[in-house]
Design a protein around this ligand. Structure first.
Ligand code: NAD
Ligand code: UDP
Length: 313
């Protein structure tokens, strides 16, 4: 039985991780300032004897009483709309928050896992992206606040590993989706699903030829768990290589929702990556992990969640 600290545990991915560790019989301390997360995501865990929620900004000094076995640093605004709205907070949580979370892990002799991102590859010039690629990031663009914060976070994590001998893991997470995404977080899947279910126009940015490779949350959680339990310290891609254009994705969601919505085209935001697909050779070989949930199955489950949220039968 382990004691696990999860920063950002009231967010989309963090809350699923809280569930996973509670299901393992572990003790979970969730630290979250609720800037983009919500207590609704963890409400079912309140009152559980092994779950504790502390509303806290992890850019401040972190103190947790007693032993800690694992620190999972997931706190950060994560959707382009959120990090454009909270640029300074995003930089701070990626830099200062990562430093504080590493400091906590060091003080407790705990293993540390960083939630990094495919955004460290920026608008990639190499396709698919393997961990060896150093990326193509515009440091001063609107996405730079997120991308550079995560690149700094990776550098800081490796420095703690090399200089302090801290036991660290780095997950480069590619687009993940599923229940508990915020309805209004501006990401493609919540936007398209909400629009399709309400019969509103489905807003595809650009001509929709840009690609993403989307991973269902249950698969990602399994990958994070396997990475944490492995002894691999270098960054590893976790995502589903099943690549799709954004226009195809919009059409699939419209069809699954049985919607009459019109697909409309809006300007492409600056620095929006044109392609993205993980090379998951390392995850397969080192972790014995690969995604299992098909796009259709995952989208159906997610659509059910949004229907429920919107009160639609
Ligand atoms: P989310 O916004 O749902 O969750 C992030 C959580 O962090 C929120 O609950 C928010 O309130 C909390 N938070 C932010 N700043 C904080 C601070 N200073 N102190 C305490 N809590 C803070 O986003 P998500 O999609 O669940 O992403 C979780 C993590 O995974 C992020 O680090 C993100 O960069 C990473 N990630 C996500 C994806 C994805 O597709 N969802 C892809 C790559 C990386
Ligand atoms: N996108 C879109 N319409 C929307 C929201 C997003 O066409 O209403 C596009 C966006 O420009 C990007 C892709 O969908 O090309 C994925 O966007 P998302 O915000 O989900 O993730 P990210 O860009 O961080 O991969």
């Amino acid at each position: 039985m382990a004691k696990v600290v999860i920063t950002g545990g009231a967010g989309f991915i963090g809350s699923h991780l809280c569930d996973r560790f509670i299901a393992e019989g572990d003790e979970v301390i969730c630290l979250d300032n609720l800037i983009t997360g919500t207590p609704d995501n963890i409400a079912h865990l309140f009152g559980h004897p092994k779950f504790k929620f502390i509303k806290y900004d992890v850019t401040e000094f972190l103190y947790v009483p007693g032993d800690v076995d694992f620190v999972l640093h997931f706190a950060s605004p994560a959707s382009p709309m959120d990090y454009v709205k909270y640029p300074i907070q995003t930089l701070k949580v990626g830099a200062l928050g990562t430093h504080k979370a590493l400091g906590l892990a060091k003080a407790k002799g705990a293993r540390f896992l960083l939630a990094s991102t495919s955004e460290v590859y920026g608008d990639p010039l190499v396709h698919p992206q393997s961990e060896e690629y150093w990326g193509n990031v515009n440091p001063i663009g609107i996405r730079g606040v997120y991308d550079e914060a995560k690149r700094f976070a990776e550098a800081m994590t490796m420095a703690y590993h090399r200089y302090h001998g801290l036991d660290t893991r780095i997950a480069r997470i590619f687009n993940t989706y599923g229940p508990r995404m915020r309805i209004d977080d501006g990401r493609a899947i919540p936007a398209f699903m909400t629009q399709a279910l309400k019969g509103e126009d489905i807003t595809v940015f650009g001509d929709g030829s840009q690609t993403r490779s989307i991973c269902y949350i249950d698969d990602l959680v399994e990958g994070i768990f396997k990475l944490l339990m492995s002894d691999y310290v270098y960054p590893i891609n976790l995502g589903n290589p099943d690549e799709v254009t954004i226009l195809e994705l919009a059409m699939e969601i419209k069809e699954l929702a049985g919607s009459n919505s019109k697909i409309v085209f809006k300007p492409l935001p600056p620095d929006d990556p044109k392609v993205r697909r993980p090379d998951i050779t390392k995850a397969r070989e080192i972790l014995g992990w690969e995604p299992k949930v098909s796009r259709k199955e995952g989208l159906k489950k997610t659509l059910e969640y949004f229907k429920q949220k919107l009160g639609i039968d």
